[in-house]
Write a protein that binds this ligand. Structure first.
Ligand code: HEM
Length: 218
């Protein structure tokens, strides 16, 4: 019995997802933005979460820059997590799920250790009406993030994502919906699957990023 319990716990912690398709360029007909897109499997039967990133083309390395995140999440998912720094601890996390009115709920979080991440005020997300939608099978959201591409590491140094090359991102999947599905500060249960991939930011560069985004936020 104890052995079975430990096996279950090990599976919960060690389950890892797979990248099904690496870095496709996606020209979004709704928002007009160009994204690089990765599809991360959380089940071997082909179910996965799509993560897309769009950034401005005029940013220097080692600076903080705005980014637009678009995720497509199957409705069976309880919550989906994105780690901008590619690991659970000490980087901006985004946890997203479907609220009770079929809306997307975005919850910026931070974890200093491998326990439930707490709300994080260093990253601000602005959800776009355009590019955010739900149907019978999937929920998609599109949001601007300020504060996702730079943060303070545990040793006090500042970390920056590269606007030119690949950045290691991570995702987490839980089949269990948050306890208070309409509250971004809801408690969360642990993931069943986590995974990593290199996400290409160079092909995510948008020449008219600011102008396009300013229309989407208004
Ligand atoms: C109740 C919430 C959560 C709990 C209790 C929890 C706990 C844990 C534990 C115990 C591990 C294993 C650590 C190890 O192997 O040493 C882990 C790994 C991981 N978790 Fe979480 N986690 C939670 C939420 C999240 C969220 C929201 C994300 C992403 C947005 C996330 C991303 C990861 C990743 C990427 C790993 C792989 C190891 C690493 O990169 O540190 N977790 N988590």
């Amino acid at each position: 019995m104890l052995w079975t319990t430990w096996l279950g716990l090990a599976a919960a912690i060690l389950g890892t997802g797979k990248s099904a398709a690496a870095d496709t360029v996606y020209r979004d007909p709704d928002t007009g933005l160009v994204f690089t897109s990765n599809f991360e499997l959380y089940k071997s039967d082909g179910h996965g979460i799509t993560v897309r990133i769009a950034i401005p083309d005029n940013v220097q390395s080692y600076t903080a820059f705005d980014a637009v995140i678009q995720m497509v999440i199957p409705n069976e998912v309880g919550w989906a997590g994105l780690a901008w720094g590619g690991s659970m601890t000490n980087n901006p996390l985004l946890v997203a799920w479907r609220g009770t009115s079929n809306n997307a709920v975005l919850s910026p979080r931070w974890a200093s250790s491998h326990v439930q991440p707490q709300p994080y005020s260093g990253a601000q997300y602005t959800l776009f009406k355009t590019g955010t939608k739900t149907n019978a099978t999937h929920t998609q959201f599109t949001a601007l993030c300020k504060g996702c591409t730079s943060w303070t590491a545990s040793d006090g140094s500042t970390r920056y994502l590269s606007p030119r090359g690949g950045n290691r991102l991570a995702f987490a999947y839980s089949p269990t919906r948050p306890a208070s599905p309409n509250s971004p500060t809801s408690s969360l249960s642990i993931h069943e699957v986590v995974g990593y991939w290199q996400h290409d930011f160079s092909q995510a560069a948008n020449a008219n990023f600011e102008a396009t985004v300013s229309k989407l936020v208004s």
